[in-house]
Write a protein that binds this ligand. Structure first.
Ligand code: NAP
Length: 296
């Protein structure tokens, strides 16, 4: 008998696909579902069972993981006759790992409770490189006992877990962390655009960063190639970061907190989206800045 709990994994995008692969490599029996079925098929050769619909995924598991774009995508796989809530399975812990706003996280926790399921709010930090190396940092909200019971499973995808508090706290902390990422990305994009404008090769910015332990960090080095080669294939899509920036401004505004720099970042990202860069990496705001440059 397999002592490891069966896992249902819904959402096999940039993040979800390698996360599910790590669980399979760790010996967990995993049933996957993805809207675009071809992505789920790629995991069959490494032992995944592919479900026909989300209901089947949740019927077969003790732990259900969702790693989808946003609350609307979760509702799409949750509701209806083939949605995962329709599964006749009373014994499930739902670990929600997408980045969401706090209110939606609380709603989903209440939905799970009504069904008699456990719920962990467990978004992640780290991007393509870290997820592929199983080096995510998980920001957890929920009962400590439930988190501890699932720590071995979660650590197959991560290098650390920070327990932020009750359900909702994981999502809140995740938005705080992405606020830093959004502003660092914008800072780098503006510095590169200013360098261009002053006739300096933006490569020199990275030369200086490399020599400056106080300013340098792995994130800037990850974004070096995209900036210099203008290759904005997504590690983290602009559309997904903008979704999070909208959540940040909503959460702050609802609590009477002004975030002036984040508002400016949001305006820049909204224009990048209008220009059709939603599927590109968020670093593509660099092109928006260059495009917006006025002559003279
Ligand atoms: P992604 O590559 O765009 O994948 C999104 C996933 O959601 C795909 O499986 C997609 O299915 C599914 N999906 C979207 N809309 C759907 C709908 N209406 N119905 C059913 N399924 C739907 O995104 P990702 O980068 O993996 O990000 C996933 C989550 O993690 C997001 O909340 C993101 O903010 C967060 N996150 C991302 C990063 C990063 O660096 N990429 C880092 C930390 C956290 P299809 O395959 O059919 O499109």
């Amino acid at each position: 008998m397999n002592a490891l709990p069966s896992v249902g994994f819904i959402g096999l995008g940039i993040m979800g696909l390698p996360m599910a692969r790590h669980l399979l490599a760790g010996g967990y029996p995993v049933t996957v579902f993805n809207r675009t079925a071809s992505k789920a098929k790629t995991l069959e050769s490494v032992g995944a069972k592919v479900a026909a619909h989300p209901k089947e995924t949740a019927s077969r598991c003790r732990v259900l993981i969702t790693m989808l774009t946003d609350p609307a995508a979760i509702r799409q796989v949750m509701d209806g006759p083939d949605g995962f809530l329709a599964a006749d399975n009373p014994d499930v812990v739902w670990i929600q790992m997408s980045t969401l706003d706090i209110a939606s996280t609380m709603d989903f926790a209440a939905t799970a409770k009504k069904k008699g399921w456990g719920f962990l709010d467990c978004p992640v930090t780290g991007s393509k490189k870290q997820v592929e190396a199983a080096e995510l940092i998980l920001l957890a909200g929920g009962p400590a006992g439930l988190l501890e019971a699932h720590r071995p499973l979660l650590m197959k995808m991560a290098k650390a877990i920070v327990h932020a508090g009750d359900v909702g706290a994981g999502s809140a902390l995740k938005l705080c962390m992405n606020l830093i990422v959004a502003q660092m990305t914008t800072g780098l994009a503006e510095a590169a655009a200013l360098a261009d404008t002053c006739g300096i090769d933006p490569a020199r910015i990275f030369d200086v960063l490399k020599e400056s332990p106080a300013l340098n960090c792995a994130y800037y080095q990850i974004k070096k190639e995209p900036v210099l080669k203008k290759d904005f294939s997504p590690a983290f899509s602009l559309a997904n970061m903008l979704k999070d920036v909208r959540f940040m401004t909503k959460e702050a505004g609802g609590r009477g907190l002004d975030l002036p720099v984040t508002q400016a970042v949001r305006a820049l990202m909204e224009s990048a989206l209008q220009e059709g860069r939603g599927d590109k990496d968020l670093m593509s705001i660099y092109l928006t800045l260059r495009r917006n440059k006025k002559s003279g």
